[in-house]
Design a protein around this ligand. Sequence first.
Ligand SMILES: NC(=O)c1ccc[n+]([C@@H]2O[C@H](COP(=O)([O-])OP(=O)(O)OC[C@H]3O[C@@H](n4cnc5c(N)ncnc54)[C@H](O)[C@@H]3O)[C@@H](O)[C@H]2O)c1
Length: 366
Amino acid sequence: MDRKAVIIGAGFAADMHIQALKALGIQVVGVAAGHRDSAKGFAEKNQIPSYGVSVEEVMEDDVTDVHICTPPNSHAELIKKMLNAGKNVICEKPLCITEKEAQDIRRFMDENLRHGKKTGRLVLDYNVRFFAAVKKIREIIKSGKYGKVVLVHGNYMQDFHALPSIYDWRYRSDMSGPMRAVTEIGSHWFDLAQFVTGSNITGVSATFKKAAEYRILNDGVMSSEDDNMEEDFGDKKIHIDSEDAASVTLQFSNGAMGNVLLSEISHGRSNHLFLEVDMMDGSVWWNEEDPNKLYHGKKNDPIAVEISAFNGGFNESVIELFKEFYFGEGDSKILPDVNSGLQIVRICNAVHDSSRQHSAWVNVKQ
Ligand SMILES: NC(=O)c1ccc[n+]([C@@H]2O[C@H](COP(=O)([O-])OP(=O)(O)OC[C@H]3O[C@@H](n4cnc5c(N)ncnc54)[C@H](O)[C@@H]3O)[C@@H](O)[C@H]2O)c1
């Protein structure tokens, strides 16, 4: 059957999805978004039809695949609606905000399966899994070449929220949940660490940092109080509820220990995701900003760099994920599914609980 895709959402992620779909030659038959005008603008730019704000019409049409590119508060409901209508779903990360929502999605899928009801397939866009170097790290660890994993550590730093920055749904807990750095970028790092090690994060201890309690909002752009001369900021002064950065210590189910620094305020870092895995007989490390280089370390040997010149960067990782979704085997083991999505939601929420309890150790439900 010919695949017909629709995108829900018309922002940053939607752009990334449509580019990847175009690259793969998959027919995109429309877009729906939270505002009629943004759907229309996106439709015109990409020369596709617009559903306006009507996701109901998407459900009724003979669409086969739906790409959910909306803020996290809308994911659970949209996923269930689209699966129920028999559509396959690729949903942006994170799966949703609360564990209850994630459990509801899983229960809904299990029940449909039990009752023989045909529903679509659900995959999450944890695209970092699809860098060639990341797949290689996973193979190296699985092969046992360097022995058992002892440490898994790194950082994920961006400057998207360094000032001046745009005010959007990420600053609204009703749309993004109570966290920002942890769910926006930490979720990718946690998924990556679990994916390459084949081991779950079972416990966390976390500390959060905000650069400042307040920012000044002018015409949709935030700046710092220090950059503004006014005495009384009035309504322009907004309280920042979520963390700009987090430091998280981790325990893995295979006995390894880890830690990660997450920051959305590190100037000059556009997408610095770094991961190192130290094993008994060797280490490997990788940085998403220089994605085609995979480093190997072994005591007394020079550091070795594996270079794969043709594998590409961020956009290609999304294309690779979509390729597996659209053209791969139905039982792909590397596509992020509802279970991995649920696990990341649990990790993020355990991180939140720990930060609220002065970095107390919090076990992650398995
Ligand atoms: N995989 C990645 O690397 C990556 C990168 C960026 C964003 N994301 C994820 O993508 C999602 C969207 O982020 P974004 O940066 O594109 O946001 P955005 O603000 O740029 O776009 C959000 C879009 O969703 C629409 N929308 C909001 N609520 C809706 C609803 N209930 N029904 C239909 N449309 C609705 C808005 O109208 C808007 O067009 C988030 O979950 C984010 O975490 C993932």
